[in-house]
Design a protein around this ligand. Structure first.
Ligand code: FES
Length: 73
């Protein structure tokens, strides 16, 4: 499923980025540019990112959009 139409970023792209070590939503935006144009996809992209992080670390996702911080412990 395409999450970001502006940059053609899919949910799978986000999942692959998280599995590859992307540890914050800001880093995800730097890498994939998701949500960096019109911004319409930000909520959806954050949800997909948080879900992907939760799959990597069970304690992630307590703070939406900040899941990556939980990955450091
Ligand atoms: S749809 Fe993602 S920035 Fe526009």
């Amino acid at each position: 499923m395409i999450v970001c139409l502006c940059h053609r970023v899919s949910d799978r792209d986000i999942q692959v980025a998280v599995k590859g070590g992307t540890t914050s939503f800001d880093a995800l935006q730097d890498d994939l540019r998701v949500g960096s144009a019109c911004g319409c996809c930000q909520d959806s992209a954050r949800s997909v990112f948080d879900e992907a992080c939760a799959g990597v670390c069970a304690c992630a996702g307590r703070e939406p959009g900040r899941a990556a911080a939980a990955l450091t412990h």
